[in-house]
Design a protein around this ligand. Sequence first.
Ligand SMILES: [Zn+2]
Length: 70
Amino acid sequence: MDGRLCSKVACTNEATQTFTYVYADSMAVLGPLSDRHEPHSYDLCPVHAERLSAPRGWQVIRHVALNNEL
Ligand SMILES: [Zn+2]
């Protein structure tokens, strides 16, 4: 399985989450790394996923992975 990198310019971290813009609903959905690459989705590393902000008027939905027991 080959790792996928964060889609942010100049970032070389491995992507762990996928961020998808749902234009119809003005929603930005952050979830687990998806298998398929979709037109409005971006792979993000943990750092950039954390800093993520949506455009004004948009709603951000975060699906948090529960497999980290800290
Ligand atoms: Zn990144």
